[in-house]
Write a protein that binds this ligand. Sequence first.
Ligand code: EPU
Length: 421
Amino acid sequence: MAIYEINGGTPLMGTVTISGAKNAAVAILPAALLVKGSCRIENVPDISDVRILLSILESMGAKLDQPEPGVVIIDCTEMHETEPNPALVRKLRASYYFMGALLGRFGRSHVALPGGCSFASRPIDQHIKGFKALGAAVTETDEYVEMEPCAEGLRGNRVSLDVVSVGATVNIMLAAVLLPGQTIIENAAKEPHIVDLANFLNTMGAHISGAGTDTVKIRGVEELQGGYYAIIPDQIEAGTYMAAAVATGGDVMVKNVIPKHMDCITSKLAEMGAEVTNYDDCIRIRSTGKLSCATVKTRPYPGFPTDMQAQICVCMALASGISRLTESVYETRFFGYCTELESMGAEIHIEGKTAMVVGKDGLHGATVRARDLRAGAALVIAGLSAEGTTRVENIHYVERGYERLIEKLTALGAKIRRVED
Ligand code: EPU
């Protein structure tokens, strides 16, 4: 199994270009199966989650072409399959978007329960509630979810989510876009990737309004046609490089970002002492050599993202004073990396939803194990900042979501290698 070997202690310096957003791509690729015609999608990140989704689409009859890096041309016009390969579906979380997309296109679906990072219990009851509200008869087992139209048939409806859920919002949008009537999703997620999905679908002929607010309205259309779309930059990948710049005492120009999407992250890093300068589509982040403790609570967008919890925890571990980090989306997410950070010299006390992080002068290298994608990213940052050698195991988690990580970090001066253990 491959590992990352990192010789830490070098400040990151230079420019990094951010790839297309993973969590937008993993919604937009299944959405392409709603389209009759060819979709040219640009800024598609080359990460393992995307590669698996493309295999699933291809195995269901989609015609795929990848004429150049970052570009995928998908034509699902001839697709008839309503049961994606269960073994592939179980490899990632976002494969649950085939439930909504297949229901929307064919009125029926049979999709295995998804896999993916298991840092918490990740129920899909709100997705199911949405599908039922749209008229689906749903059969759930321990292995799969099967749907067909109920006696009255599928049609738009009002769905009020009990919890703000990215996945449920996306899945209901996918299921509703081709249904007769209007669907209104209340208490919808507002993440940038929800807006990106709505923009993609609207470009192909859908009528979706309100994406980015807590009420999304979808007026069903008969057909979507092909077109061209470019995925937004990845907010979390950008935030990860920013945290790495700060933790290593570096100075990095982060290119291809939407600065507005980054506010929730950059404002915290600035509060901790980093110097942040926003430009049109890039952000320079420079360490001032001082890092102060902070209080952070993760929340749905526009709050501080749970997907940046672990990375900012590394900055806190190196800050002066005691930081308070509260998780309000996935309570058990701390367990994916805090023990590993402690083996590198961090001091973290977890009390329920809050971690008290006692800042230290530095971390030291160790052999650590990634337990999910963002936990793995945090261990890489910790290794980059630490004295000595860090070996990060289980890197397939990290490769789910970070395109060309080694190449990008090496260009910033990091001493990191991917080696076969
Ligand atoms: N929830 C329910 N019932 C549901 C759905 C969600 O109770 O039916 C709860 C969850 O347990 C959680 C909260 O609602 O407490 C939010 O979950 P959400 O549905 O928003 O998460 P998700 O759609 O499964 C996406 C991202 C995650 C990211 C979360 C939160 C994708 C593929 N995944 O997951 O990304 O952490 O939103 O922003 O978009 C990552 O990129 O590393 C990652 C894990």
